[in-house]
Design a protein around this ligand. Structure first.
Ligand code: PLP
Ligand code: COI
Length: 338
């Protein structure tokens, strides 16, 4: 029996009924297994625990008004996890296995897909790590790929309301030629102290600058940055930014709406020219930014003085959510109906 307050969910862990697992051993992937335990039994010398051989993904499933469940761009998450595996010398999960595992995990936990009216969704967390023992620094010979799910509400508790963010030069999230462009756990460990300082100061997130020169906008906490000006959608290009599937989708939707799109290095000073700014990602969806404080330079950039999201951000948000929930036609073939 579900006894979940769907409309008031936050972005936090909740136990569902089942998770799906698949082991890579002796040079090949095994069969998908379904488990009900939240715990895994792994070797204490697993490379995932010691040497950061770990990658994860995040995607969502949405219940439509028609009662159908839709997965958003699962093939893109499969490709990205493939790249994360290559980047950390792990056994890559073939796209079909990835998609089969995600679909199975959602199907097995259907009762946790939030109802349409709640505005919530089912967050799907695929995970891959080196499970075999190594004590010298080298790749594992065994891997565990697993998928678990949970119903979630907004990542930033404010939801689709502008929040304040903070620039700091004290920490880097990723090295210029490091692992910022793949989704590996180490990037998130490296961002924790900066995030904690931001939260302690009342900010929703950190806006990271590029690690080399501190001149350009990089990542926006666990999301990509975008700015809007003169009917143009501008988003940073950098080797240390994770290629966001949400951003990729917003770029297409912006073009469909007749906006220009610029993907290029975005100098910090350019912040003062944007009419709107936001963070985008699966968990964050679009999180409009009210103000960015550069706490080192004592400078603020304001995008929303009235506490409301900008007009273009609203249009993009509504269009994206419309496609995800099945209210708008899926003209780009982004949705998998389960
Ligand atoms: N950047 C970082 C560092 C992230 O963790 C995420 C979340 O996945 C994103 C960007 C957004 O990517 P996506 O839109 O594919 O969820
Ligand atoms: C996501 O948006 O799916 C993320 O992975 C962000 C964060 C929860 C790590």
């Amino acid at each position: 029996m579900n006894n979940i307050d769907w409309a008031n969910l936050s972005f936090s862990y909740m136990k569902a009924d089942y998770n799906v697992r698949c082991y890579y051993r002796d040079g090949k992937w095994g069969e998908l297994e379904v488990h009900s335990s939240e715990y895994i039994n792994i070797h204490m010398a697993a490379t995932g625990l010691h040497y950061g051989q770990e990658a994860f993904e995040g995607l969502k499933a949405f219940k439509g008004q028609d009662g159908k469940t839709r997965l958003f761009r699962v093939d893109e998450n499969a490709k990205r996890m493939y790249n994360s595996a290559i980047g950390t010398m792990m056994a890559a999960v073939p796209e079909k296995l990835f998609i089969d595992a995600v679909v199975k995990a959602v199907e097995m936990n259907k009762r946790f897909v939030p109802p349409y009216e709640s505005g919530a969704s089912l967050y799907v967390r695929p995970l891959l790590f080196g499970a075999g023992p190594k004590i010298g620094v080298s790749p594992s010979e065994e891997y565990l790929f697993m998928v678990f799910v949970m119903p979630v509400g907004p990542y930033f508790k404010e939801g689709f309301k502008p929040t304040d963010m903070m620039i700091t030069r004290k920490y880097d999230r990723a090295a210029p030629l490091g692992t910022g462009n793949i989704k590996v756990g180490g990037n998130y460990a490296a961002s924790l102290r900066a995030g904690d300082e931001a939260h302690a100061k009342g900010y929703s997130s950190v806006l990271f600058l590029d690690s080399k020169e501190k001149k350009y906008i990089d990542e926006c906490g666990p999301a990509n940055f975008f700015g809007i000006k003169n009917n143009t959608y501008v988003t940073p290009e950098s080797k240390s930014i994770l290629p966001s599937i949400t951003n990729m989708s917003l770029i297409q939707l912006a073009k469909d709406m007749g906006l220009e799109v610029e993907r290029r290095p975005v100098p910090l000073e350019e912040l003062s020219t944007f009419e709107e700014a936001g963070a985008c990602g699966t968990a964050a969806v679009i999180s409009p930014i009210a103000k960015i404080d550069d706490i080192d330079e004592g400078r603020s950039y304001i995008f929303s003085a009235d506490g409301k999201p900008g007009e273009t951000s609203v249009k993009l948000y509504n269009k994206l959510r419309g496609i995800q929930y099945g209210d708008e036609p899926d003209t780009h073939g982004w949705v998998t109906v389960i």
